[in-house]
Design a protein around this ligand. Structure first.
Ligand code: 13P
Ligand code: SF4
Length: 304
């Protein structure tokens, strides 16, 4: 059944000159039909160079918006129109612009998990894998980091030479993980390394053996000569790693580490989107796009 659906998707994808991008939180069966999988940084770079005229994003809305910003002449679809990232919508551009007016000497650094509107008031975007590198490289000493307080705190702790203002935003999935849960997982698997996404709270990242993006966590586990790993990010990563490294053992840090928005997309959504009877075509006012894309271009320039 899954194989049949995948075959149909692959056929219509090539007939329609479409490229499928899948964030690493997508399940295995979706990654199998994707042209590219990866973390949010890798996908934004791929979006810029994909030769196809149509892009289908299997992820959440801000990711499809980034694709549209970078490829305005392409038809860009979000495979499931209901898949949004709650963190991306936690602050309005007006709120951030007002804070910026009070602190004119601060560079506004926006996590890529933000709406296009919010990106218009950012000087530069960052992803979880590029945040420390980019904040370090910024000429400004003062940084207003939006919207994730946990990622912001993680970056701030790495860069004592900079001043940070943080807002109280965050990921409802990752910020739910408690220190008690992390301690319990370590006690249950004493020989396993704890690998954690920086969207988790500081008291959780403080216990980690490695902190990094979804791609960073996967690379670390694959290359490590250790055998056991507790995975402190969305549980799809546990599944992917177990597929890739059958001789190693992967344990979820918490069974609650599930992002319902990332889980919303199915193979049927992709098929219906390619057939023109599902998904949502992303449209964007050109003046909004031009203002918002500057912060993404800057990120790619800094990120290498
Ligand atoms: P990555 O930047 O690690 O892909 O993370 C995106 C995300 O939404 C994490 O919750
Ligand atoms: Fe947004 Fe969190 Fe889901 Fe990532 S895991 S898409 S940050 S809600």
């Amino acid at each position: 059944m899954i194989k049949d659906l995948q075959q149909k998707i692959l056929k219509i994808k090539s007939e329609n000159d479409a490229c499928i991008l899948a964030h690493s939180y997508m399940p295995e069966e979706i990654c199998e039909v994707a042209d590219f999988t990866g973390d949010s940084f890798a996908l934004s770079v791929k979006a810029k160079s994909a030769p196809q005229s149509t892009i289908v994003m299997c992820g959440v809305r801000f990711m499809a918006e980034v694709v549209k910003m970078l490829s305005p002449d392409k038809r860009v679809y979000l495979a499931n129109a209901r898949a949004g990232c709650p963190m991306a919508e936690q602050f309005s551009a007006e709120t951030v612009a007002a804070i910026k007016r009070e602190h004119p000497d601060y560079a506004v650094v926006a996590y890529i998990n933000t709406t296009a509107e919010l990106k218009t008031v950012a000087d530069v975007c960052v992803t979880s894998s590029s945040a420390v590198k980019i904040c370090r490289a910024l000429p400004q000493k003062n940084i207003l980091f939006i919207p994730d307080i946990n990622l912001g705190t993680y970056v701030k702790n790495q860069l004592p030479e900079k001043n940070f203002i943080l807002l109280e935003g965050g990921c409802p999935t990752h910020s739910n993980v408690t220190r008690a849960a992390a301690l319990a997982a370590k006690e249950a698997h004493p020989d396993a390394l704890l690998l954690v996404h920086p969207e988790c709270r500081p008291e959780v990242t403080a216990l980690a053996d490695y902190v990094g993006s979804t791609a960073g966590i996967m690379e670390f586990a694959e290359k490590s000569d250790k055998r056991g790993f507790i995975i402190g990010t969305e549980n799809a990563i546990v599944q992917h790693l177990q597929f890739r490294c059958p001789d190693k053992d992967f344990y979820p840090l918490s069974v609650d580490l599930v992002c319902n928005n990332m889980k919303a997309t199915t193979l049927y959504d992709i098929l219906h989107c390619l057939e023109g009877r599902g998904g949502e075509q992303i449209t964007m006012d050109e003046s909004l796009r031009l203002k918002a894309v500057k912060s993404i271009d800057k990120m790619i320039e800094f990120g290498g």
